[in-house]
Design a protein around this ligand. Structure first.
Ligand SMILES: [Fe+2]
Length: 166
């Protein structure tokens, strides 16, 4: 991920950047996603893009069923200009974006990793992650869920290790 991409997404974001779908959330989705990706042999490049893009087109912090599809359209618009990804990786990214809030669990492991990274970051709204909605054995591990809960329960700042390359 690069600084230009991050800045572009940040500037067009319609909601509160410090809200429940803002930068702190993006940073933890990246963190959890890279941890899961390492264990599951998923693609970290796709996971990093998912973390930045998946909630980028929200128009509400509440029910917003089309935000995944809008994120797909946005990804098409900026691909090649603000990020590069091979066709297979882009297909995975688009599937992960389109379906991330639809409760599915069956998909390619990279897509599953993206979904799990988002679904374990629920402590910020006081919800303990439920294994029923998780896909990978890494994310379903009770110790992993507990660590995620502990990290997210009172978290409101982006993680220090949020990776944005200049
Ligand atoms: Fe999210």
């Amino acid at each position: 991920m690069n600084r230009r991409l991050f800045e572009h997404i940040r500037h067009q974001f319609r909601l509160d950047l410090h809200g429940i779908h803002g930068i702190a959330h993006w940073s933890r989705v990246q963190y959890f996603g890279l941890k899961i990706a390492k264990e599951e042999n998923a693609r970290p490049d796709v996971v990093k893009l998912f973390a930045l893009l998946h909630d980028s087109q929200r128009v509400s912090d509440k029910y917003d069923p089309e935000h995944g599809n809008r994120a797909v359209a946005f990804a098409h618009e900026i691909r090649g200009e603000l990020f590069d990804l091979d066709n297979h990786g882009f297909d995975l990214l688009c599937e992960a974006l389109a379906e991330h809030s639809n409760g599915l669990t069956e998909a390619d492991v990279t897509v599953q990793t993206c979904w799990d990274a988002d679904r374990v970051d629920l402590g910020r709204i006081g919800v303990y992650p439920n294994t029923k909605f998780l896909c990978t054995s890494t994310a379903k591990d009770p110790a992993f869920i507990h660590r995620a809960w502990a990290m997210t329960r009172y978290a409101d700042k982006p993680l220090n290790n949020f990776v944005i390359n200049p």
